[in-house]
Design a protein. Structure first.
Length: 323
């Protein structure tokens, strides 16, 4: 007969770090597998999906709000027994407890949780321009979330920096409130998907400044203008505005993992097809991973695979893996 190991009381089988689509899908699959699972959700980092105004490319859902979709994921996972807690994780480390390798997850609040396996699904945060005026005018006209702040700029002129899907989607959302939206992109055409490009060019409130980068954001108490530089002519110009929305990409929320597992040059977690990382018992899913496509649907797929891999890992340790 196969020898089964007992897990110490109070120890989780799986801990999931992150409450976005990847983490919640992992929670759903792990809970349905009857794993003793705890999801830790940061109190300071909001899921990108929750900040998205409209989702229209998730299969089976014609159109919904990002926050509503997150809530649907959460309710479904909780229905199968997923437990969650608001904790901002500051470190993950491995220790030996008898003949078991145990992962310790320490929160900024001082409490440490233990588990046989961990799934990291911490997502990513907006990249900064790192130009003069950006930091000084955060919440005074500089924003990284149109869904959060668009209503503050009703009938006012704003600038959007970026040319990808997020930049164009957020710019289009801003046109519902702002008097005019100027999109600044460092190339001579948008990088966003064709349907978004078509909508942007057809919107009468949208204006475009090509081949240009932001050099400085100026104002007194609030944003008043942005200084641009044409990268082909090196000529500088300024655009008067009340707000600057920055969407130039994302950086993975993985700083707390440095030295624990392999990261690529961008700080993304390196995973294989089973969402395994370089550290045994540590899995990853979603936008914190090194991957081609960052979308809700791929995050959910990652989360499902990571949960199955983590479940197999735990059951192998316990001696209960089928087969």
């Amino acid at each position: 007969m196969r020898e089964e190991k007992n897990i110490p009381a109070g120890m989780r089988e799986i801990i999931i770090i992150g409450g976005g689509p990847a983490g919640l899908t992992a929670g759903l699959y792990a809970s349905r597998a009857r794993m003793n699972t705890l999801l830790l959700e940061s109190v300071s980092v909001m899921s990108q999906l929750a900040m998205t105004e409209a989702i229209e490319n998730y299969p089976g859902v014609t159109k919904t709000g990002g926050f509503d979709l997150v809530e649907t994921f959460k309710k479904q996972a909780e229905a199968f027994g997923l437990e969650s807690s608001q904790v901002t994780v500051k470190s993950v480390s491995l220790k030996k407890e008898g003949d078991l390798s145990v992962w310790q997850v320490e929160g900024e609040e001082g409490k440490t949780h233990e588990a046989l396996s961990v799934i990291v699904a911490t997502g990513a945060s907006p990249r900064k321009l790192d130009i003069p005026g950006e930091k000084e005018f955060i919440s005074k006209g500089v924003s990284y979330c149109a869904t959060c702040d668009a209503a503050f700029f009703r009938d006012k002129d704003v600038v959007v920096v970026g040319g990808g899907d997020t930049a164009v989607e957020e710019a289009l959302f801003l046109t519902k409130f702002a008097g005019g939206v100027t999109l600044v992109h460092r190339r001579d055409r948008l990088r966003a998907t064709k349907i978004l490009q078509e909508r942007a060019h057809a919107n009468k409130k949208m204006h475009f400044v090509w081949d240009s980068v932001a050099e400085e954001i100026k104002g007194k108490d609030k944003v008043e203008k942005i200084i641009l530089r044409n990268i082909k002519t090196d000529k500088k110009s300024e655009v008067a505005c009340h707000g600057v929305f920055i969407f130039i990409g994302w950086r993975p929320n993985t700083d707390f993992l440095k030295g624990t597992l392999a990261l690529d040059e961008k700080g993304c977690i390196v995973v294989d097809s089973q969402m395994k990382t370089s550290a045994g018992g540590l899995f990853a899913a979603g936008d914190c991973c090194s991957k081609l496509l960052h979308q809700v649907v791929t995050a959910c797929g990652d989360g499902a695979v990571a949960a199955v891999s983590a479940t197999n890992y735990v059951e192998r340790i316990k001696g209960t893996l089928y087969g």
